[in-house]
Structures are given as structure tokens and as C-alpha cells.
Design a protein around this ligand. Structure first.
Ligand code: ADP
Ligand code: MG
Length: 675
């Protein structure tokens, strides 16, 4: 579609997959690494394990079964002989490797059974005077069916077509010693020999930093413009709801903490404004976000508007429903409950109550926002555990009439660098302390071989009236296997722990069954709850004081922190046991060490970011929205700060330059569609 030269449809579908739709996208598709193919190496001088280019004549080539079908050729130059082996090959490739032909082979040599060999080198037929490439050879990220040669050709073509002039005035780069845009792009695609590959690969080269900075600027522009656009939209201002708020506060068995009060007053003030609120409420697991959300809902209701709370899992949504019902029904507030698993009749009934306005508050899963649900007058939409939905997945709210206020809640604290980049269009409130009386959870790392001791611990806890979670191993590759493991664990524990009531919950259960088990756990009829990670978010049973996590080494850091947050909610000493299986990988060991040493969600999230990059934290895997491609907010914090400093001025003084810059970087797929 957006290329200035013809691209066959088979190729353009591959480019689509890579997110490359225009000449500009090709120009910004940077190499993963570079190979030095500017020099020939005599066969005699090949060093096993090092990449090299050899120019040699094919002596023999035959298809052998050894035991797998493969193409084996012997090639030679003046200095020696080399075996070339292709395990997968096309007939055309077999035809190229004809005895007598002079070819160039590029790859890594290694010592093989038949002497020195190259497996799967890249190769091309040449003549004695075919010139060597003048520059390093870029190796691009690609997808199956789109070869490097083709991709390189397209990129060279695109580079020759597009305008690489500067989009922004020099003032945007004041004091920074960066090369120009065109120069940076050229250099990264076609670096001259002699440049230090290590500088390019570590992304510290000024050319790379220049592009990272441009990208961060584009991100700041787009988020800030979205924020400005929002300022022009209208929401219904809602006066702070004195009556219902007072009544709810009076009925609570606790007082809000100062941190909760602060967050609530920020939210309440936003709700009173005619500008739609976009606020993120952050607070570590157990910090008490739900009650703040409830107060916000009441402010909407008291102003004659509807409110809604959406949760990522049915278990959590159901829990919210019950909790809110307990708090609000006595105040005369009507609540509707909606999840995909409801019977058609119940769903229909809930939808009707939402549409007529009879329900003041709707609680549910994403089913709430599917087609066919229309609120009568939605004033406030709350998304709980927002990180589970993905960073840029904004609510698909009916756009008729006024914009509702939006509140996003997250227990995954967002490190400062991420908040400064990805969330620059949101206001943030933080609940930075836990309610009083929480006892810190003790974390123990225990090798799986000591299982029997753990079983004894479960017996002790249950015998003294306490309750326990048992989290089954995560098996990311297969949901089926995961389910089977949960069932097996459940049955084994039943045998090993006679006399203890054990329940099982997992994601595939029918709603009614799931509810029955959760109910029984809440009321302490079930003492040990065996579960998959469905209990990861939100589940709140204060009497549970022990959690065993099997194969803890398979879980991510934030996930472990969330899971551990299910305990330590009551007034018992709580213990979280991380069972691990030896031998541990280096990576798993460092993760377990972090979770063992820290109970602070911010600290853990920051380390997680360093270990795994932003994708996981931001939930980009689910949302599929492109994150930053070049810049890494953590590594490039200096650039991020510069971008934040320069962006507002540029937006104000050079709006056309800003548009041109945005078009270059994001083009058709603008980074966000923030409403
Ligand atoms: P999260 O922020 O993880 O969603 P919740 O809202 O589920 O946390 O609150 C955790 C628990 O703390 C709940 O049982 C809640 O009723 C209780 N809680 C909330 N605020 C307070 C407070 N100020 N004092 C005592 N307990 C509180
Ligand atoms: Mg919560």
C-alpha cells in the first residue's frame, strides 16, 4: 500500500507482519547486527567460530543421506579445502552449487567430522572480479519467507526514495552531539568498515542515540497532543457526593489511610471537572484501591450518573461485585453483574438494567464493553488491574455524547522511567503505604525435595484454623498441560493431606463451580485452595496466611509479587514458600533472590524491567501495540529527560515540524488512540 515502488503482494504481506507499511518504515527498520563481509579469508586462515567470507570453486556437490537428507559440497581455493553443508535447501540452491563454479560463501567455519566445514553459509555465484561489498552487511529482523537479500534490496530502494531531511529545528538538539538524521540512518544501515561493531551493537553509538532520541520525542509529542485533545472534550462535572460518601464511610470497619485520602481527593477533584479524567491509581498489592474506587462510583451515582468497574478475570470481577454489593446495596445503590459466562437470560437481564439506567453501577469483565451493551448515562469507567489489559488498550466506550471519566488502577507499580514515557498522557495518583496492622510476609525458598516439611506446615496452619493457598506450576506452553498439572496436584494433595478440606480453582471451570469453591474458601469451609494463577490478582481472603508456590522459578517477578500479595492481609504471621526445582538457571536464581530480598513492589518492578524489558510490565504482549523500537527508557533515561524538556516548547512553537516528525515516526499507525 504505502510504498513508492511496486512490491509483490507475497512480499508485502510479509512486510505487513513486520509492521512495515511505508518507505519510512523500511528506512527505520534497523539491523539487528552487522557482518563484516568486506574482506575475503583464505580457507587455510579460517578460525572455527568466527564469521568469514571465502571465495572458492565448487569441486563436488551431492545429496547425501547422513542420516538426514542434506546437500554436501566440497569447495577449494588456493589455500585449502572446505566442506559446505546444507540441511534444508531449495532445488534452486542445489542447482547453483555446480562443480566448477566460483562462489562466495559467508558463514562460520567449524571443525566437523570431515574436516573444516561451514553449515548453511549464505552463498552467491561470482566471477573473479566481482567487487567485495564496500560496507558492513546489515542483518535485519525478519519473518519466515522474507530473506535478507530481498529485505536489504527493499530498504536500499526505500532509502533512495524518501526524504531524509531534518523534521525538527536545530534547537531540538541543542547541546547534543548527534549526527544528522540522514547521516544516522545511512550509517546504521550501511556502516563503513572500521567502525567498532561493539558500539553499534550496544546501541551507544551517537547515530543510534540520535534515533532513540527522535523516537522518544515522537512519543512525547503524541502523548502530549492526546492530552491536549482530551482537554477539548467534555465530561459531566460531578459534584463531590456528600451524602452517599458519608454513609459509606460510616459503615466501614476501618478509616482510610492518609495515602488513600490523598488519592481520593485527587480523584474526586477530577470528577468535579468538565474535562474527562484520565487517571492512573497506583498502589501496591493490598494497599486498598477498591474502597477508593467505590467512593468514586458513589460520586457518579449521587450525581445521577452510572459508573462501571471492569476487572481482568471473572474471579476478581465477581469478588468486586460482592464486596461492592455489601458496601452499596444498603445505601440503595443498584448493581448489575456481567460476565461472559453468565446464562443468556441473566446476561440479557443485566444488560437491560444497564441500558434503562436502573443499575447505577455495573461490575464485570471485558464483557461489559462488548457490542450490545449501552449505558444510559455512563459518567465514570474504572478499569482494575489495568496492566493486565495492556498499556494502550483503551476502553471502547460508546462515543455518543459525553466522554466518561476514566480511572485505571494498577498494582504493578510503574517505574518512574516508564511513567515518564508510556504514561505521559495520564495523571497518576499513588497509594504509597499499606493499611495499618499488616504484618510483613516472610518468604522462604525451599527446594522441591523438601516437600514433606511443607505438607507438615500446611497441616499445622489448617489445624489452628488458618488457611492456605497452593499455587500450581505455570506451564506457559500448554494450557492443557497446565490444567492437567493442577488436577494432578489437587488429587495428590488430597491423598497426602487427609482431613483437610481442599478446593481447586482454575481458569477453565464453569462460573458456578468456581464461585462455589471461592465461597467455600472465603467462609473457611475449604482450608486449602489449590489453584492456577487465576488467583494472581485481587483475591482477598484475610484469613489465609500461607502460600505455597510450586516451581516458583517459572514465574515472572511481578507475578510472584502479586501472588504473594494474597497473604499477609489479616492479623496472622504469613509465610510464602517458593518451592523450586534444582538445578536453577542463572536467570531464575536472580529472580528468586530479588523476590526473597524485597517486598517492595516498586523495587521489584524496577528490577523486572531491567531483566525483561518493558513489554511484560506494560502488557504489550496482550495489546499488540508497538512499544518503543529503539529507545529503552531505562537505558536512555538521559534522552528521555531531554525529550520531555524539549517536547512542550516544540509543540507550542513549531506545530508543523512536530506533525512532520510524528508522520515520519508513526505514520498511519499513530502510537495511541487515546480518547
Ligand atoms: P488492592 O489495592 O490490592 O486492590 P484491596 O482494595 O483489595 O487492595 O484492599 C485490601 C484489603 O484491605 C481489603 O480487605 C480492604 O477491605 C482492606 N482495607 C482497605 N483500606 C483499608 C484501611 N484503610 N484500613 C484497613 N483495611 C483496609
Ligand atoms: Mg485490587
Amino acid at each position: 500500500m504505502g510504498f513508492s515502488f511496486p512490491v509483490p503482494s507475497t512480499v508485502s504481506s510479509k512486510l505487513d507482519k513486520l509492521g512495515l507499511h511505508r518507505d519510512e518504515d523500511l528506512a527505520l527498520h534497523l539491523p539487528l547486527r552487522w557482518e563484516d563481509e568486506t574482506r575475503l579469508t583464505p580457507i587455510r586462515d579460517l578460525v572455527p567460530g568466527l564469521p568469514a567470507v571465502v571465495q572458492a570453486t565448487v569441486q563436488s556437490a551431492e545429496i547425501l543421506y547422513r542420516p538426514k537428507r542434506q546437500l554436501v559440497a566440497t569447495v577449494a581455493d588456493d589455500s585449502g579445502q572446505l566442506v559446505v553443508r546444507l540441511l534444508n535447501f531449495y532445488p534452486a540452491q542445489a542447482r547453483t552449487l555446480q562443480p566448477g563454479k566460483l562462489m562466495r560463501f559467508s558463514g562460520e567455519a567449524r571443525g566437523g567430522f570431515f574436516g573444516l566445514e561451514m553449515i548453511h553459509p549464505r552463498f552467491q555465484a561470482v566471477t573473479a572480479d566481482t567487487p567485495m561489498p564496500a560496507n558492513l552487511t546489515p542483518v535485519y529482523p525478519t519473518t519466515a519467507g522474507l530473506g535478507q537479500v530481498m529485505l536489504r534490496k527493499l530498504i536500499v530502494r526505500a532509502l533512495s526514495q524518501i526524504d531524509l531531511s531534518e523534521t525538527l529545528p536545530e534547537s531540538a538538539y541543542e547541546g547534543m552531539e548527534f549526527p544528522g538524521f540522514a547521516e544516522s540512518i545511512q550509517l546504521l544501515h550501511q556502516p563503513e568498515p572500521g567502525i567498532r561493531l561493539a558500539d553499534l551493537e550496544s546501541h551507544c553509538h551517537p547515530a543510534f542515540r540520535r534515533l532513540a532520541y527522535d523516537e522518544l520525542l515522537a512519543q512525547q509529542f503524541s502523548l502530549r497532543l492526546a492530552r491536549k485533545a482530551r482537554a477539548d472534550k467534555h465530561a459531566t462535572p460531578m459534584k463531590s457526593g456528600v451524602h452517599l460518601e458519608k454513609a459509606l464511610r460510616a459503615s466501614l470497619p476501618f478509616r482510610l489511610t492518609p495515602a488513600q485520602e490523598r488519592a481520593w481527593s485527587e480523584i474526586s477533584r477530577d470528577l468535579g471537572s468538565a474535562q474527562p479524567m484520565r487517571r492512573l491509581l497506583q498502589g501496591d498489592v493490598g494497599s486498598g484501591k477498591t474502597i477508593v474506587a467505590a467512593l468514586a462510583c458513589l460520586q457518579a451515582v449521587e450525581n445521577g450518573m452510572q459508573a462501571t468497574i471492569m476487572a481482568p478475570t471473572e474471579i476478581l470481577a465477581e469478588q468486586h461485585y460482592r464486596k461492592l454489593k455489601g458496601w452499596m446495596e444498603p445505601l440503595g445503590v443498584e448493581i448489575a453483574w456481567l460476565a461472559s459466562a453468565l446464562s443468556i437470560a441473566k446476561k440479557r437481564d443485566a444488560i437491560a438494567r444497564i441500558e434503562s439506567g436502573q443499575a447505577n453501577l455495573a461490575v464485570g469483565t471485558h464483557a461489559l464493553f462488548q457490542k450490545g451493551v449501552h449505558f444510559r448515562n455512563l459518567g465514570l469507567a474504572i478499569v482494575d488491574e489495568q496492566h493486565r489489559f495492556g498499556v494502550r488498550q483503551r476502553l471502547e466506550l460508546s462515543k455518543k455524547g459525553l466522554e466518561p471519566h476514566q480511572l485505571m488502577m494498577s498494582a504493578t507499580p510503574i517505574p518512574r522511567t516508564l511513567a515518564m514515557s508510556y504514561y505521559a498522557d495520564l495523571d497518576v495518583s499513588v497509594i504509597d503505604s499499606l493499611p495499618p496492622g499488616r504484618k510483613p510476609v516472610t518468604t522462604k525458598l525451599v527446594a522441591n525435595s523438601r516437600r514433606e516439611e511443607i505438607l507438615q506446615r500446611v497441616r499445622n496452619v489448617c489445624a489452628s484454623g488458618g488457611q492456605s493457598y497452593w499455587v500450581c506450576p505455570l506451564i506457559e506452553e500448554s494450557e492443557k498441560l497446565q490444567l492437567q498439572t493442577a488436577l494432578d496436584t489437587f488429587h495428590t494433595l488430597r491423598k497426602q493431606l487427609p482431613g483437610i478440606e481442599i478446593g481447586l480453582v482454575h481458569g477453565r471451570m464453569k462460573t458456578a463451580d468456581k464461585n462455589a469453591v471461592m465461597d467455600a474458601f472465603v467462609s473457611n469451609q475449604v482450608q486449602l485452595l489449590v489453584s492456577t494463577t487465576v488467583i494472581e490478582v485481587g483475591v482477598d481472603v484475610p484469613n489465609a496466611s500461607l502460600m505455597v508456590i510450586e516451581h516458583a522459578e517459572r514465574f515472572g517477578l511481578s507475578q510472584l509479587h502479586q501472588l504473594r500479595g494474597r497473604i499477609g492481609r489479616g492479623n496472622h504471621e504469613s509465610v510464602c514458600i517458593l518451592l523450586y526445582q534444582n538445578p536453577l538457571s542463572e536467570d531464575a536464581r536472580s529472580r528468586l533472590k530479588i523476590i526473597y530480598e524485597s517486598a517492595d513492589g516498586f523495587e521489584i518492578a524496577r528490577k523486572d524491567l531491567l531483566l525483561r524489558g518493558p513489554g511484560e510490565l506494560l502488557g504489550s504482549r496482550q495489546s499488540g501495540v508497538p512499544l518503543l523500537r529503539f529507545a529503552n527508557p531505562e537505558r536512555d533515561i538521559d534522552l528521555l529527560e531531554l525529550a520531555r524538556m524539549h517536547a512542550p516548547k516544540l509543540i507550542q512553537q513549531q506545530p508543523d515540524a512536530v506533525s512532520a516528525h510524528l508522520a515520519r515516526w508513526f505514520g498511519t499507525r499513530m502510537m495511541l488512540a487515546s480518547g
